[in-house]
Design a protein around this ligand. Structure first.
Ligand SMILES: [Zn+2]
Length: 296
């Protein structure tokens, strides 16, 4: 892109009140599939502001989140994108957690013959909610986790307790040293509405457990700045952000300022330049007011 085009886009984004990340998304095609650099068979399917990993093996395809909430044709688009890469059968769809923006829209994958797998809490929750657009998982993963082996590829599914949601699985490709973690560890961004279903103290412990695992690159559920993947430094940075937010709100909350006054006074100056700061700080503030101001 020329410098002129770049600055033109930036001006348009400013006028429209968009953040850098939103402007970047606006300039992108609606969906895209990219092969993860340095791998033979690991792909990222992006639809709008959501991402899902899929792995192509000799024995078939392991897909993950359908990411088609509010996108009626999104599931079919996912199948079509996989078909551009391989004609191998789609054997599995693994849900990262139960939130509809990641798991809705799987019908086309189900029709293609995939077995749907999720943590037991995701299956239990989805069975209660009966969302008309979300396929109920066929198989539940216990807290002990599960390893899927297909066509020479190993994918480990592990559960590490509460974090963002109570049903999040960490998916790890040991050979490729890649993990797919959705929503708990955003890459280079201030977390936002996801804080509605978020367990603050447990999330810190979760990130520490993920940091102790063996991996080099993290595929996030929402594209990182410039579409880049995450590293252990990003996980460390997100943990530091949460710890800073927690400490800042703890002081305000214990001074009796939750909700309104504390939420107005809450600032994280060190993160003011991070994407999402202006729009998302309110959600971070409210969640930690809940924790330190109400004990929730
Ligand atoms: Zn979520």
């Amino acid at each position: 892109m020329t410098r002129f085009l770049q600055s033109l886009l930036a001006s348009i984004a400013l006028l429209a009140g968009m953040s850098g990340v939103q402007a970047q998304q606006a300039a992108q095609p609606p969906f895209a599939t990219t092969k993860v650099e340095g791998t033979d068979n690991v792909y990222i399917f992006r639809n709008g502001g959501h991402q899902a990993m899929f792995v192509v093996t000799n024995g078939g395809v392991i897909a993950t989140d359908p990411i088609a909430y509010g996108r009626p044709t999104g599931g079919q688009t996912y199948v079509d994108e996989i078909r551009k890469v391989t004609d191998k059968p789609i054997k599995y769809v693994i849900y990262s957690h139960h939130h509809f923006d990641h798991v809705a829209g799987g019908k086309a994958l189900k029709d293609a013959g995939a077995i749907f797998v999720a943590h037991r809490r995701a299956k239990e929750r989805l069975e209660v909610l009966k969302d008309p657009h979300t396929v109920i998982p066929d198989e539940a993963v216990s807290d002990k986790g599960r390893t899927i082996t297909l066509g020479g590829t190993t994918l480990e599914l592990t559960y590490h307790g509460l974090n963002h949601s109570d049903s999040s699985l960490v998916m790890r490709l040991p050979k490729e040293r890649i993990i797919f973690v959705v929503d708990t560890i955003p890459v280079g961004q201030v977390p936002g509405r996801g804080m509605i279903d978020f367990h603050p103290l447990e999330s810190e412990a979760f990130i520490q457990k993920v940091l102790a695992m063996d991996w080099d690159r993290l595929i996030p559920g929402h594209p990182g700045p410039g579409g880049r993947l995450g590293t252990k430094k990003d996980a460390q940075d997100q943990l530091a952000l949460l710890q800073a937010a927690s400490a800042e709100m703890k002081t305000l909350a214990q001074a009796g300022k939750c909700w309104d006054t504390a939420e107005k006074e809450f600032k994280l100056a060190d993160y003011a330049s991070w994407p999402g700061y202006a729009n998302n700080l309110q959600f971070v503030a409210r969640r930690y007011c809940g924790l330190w101001g109400r004990g929730t």
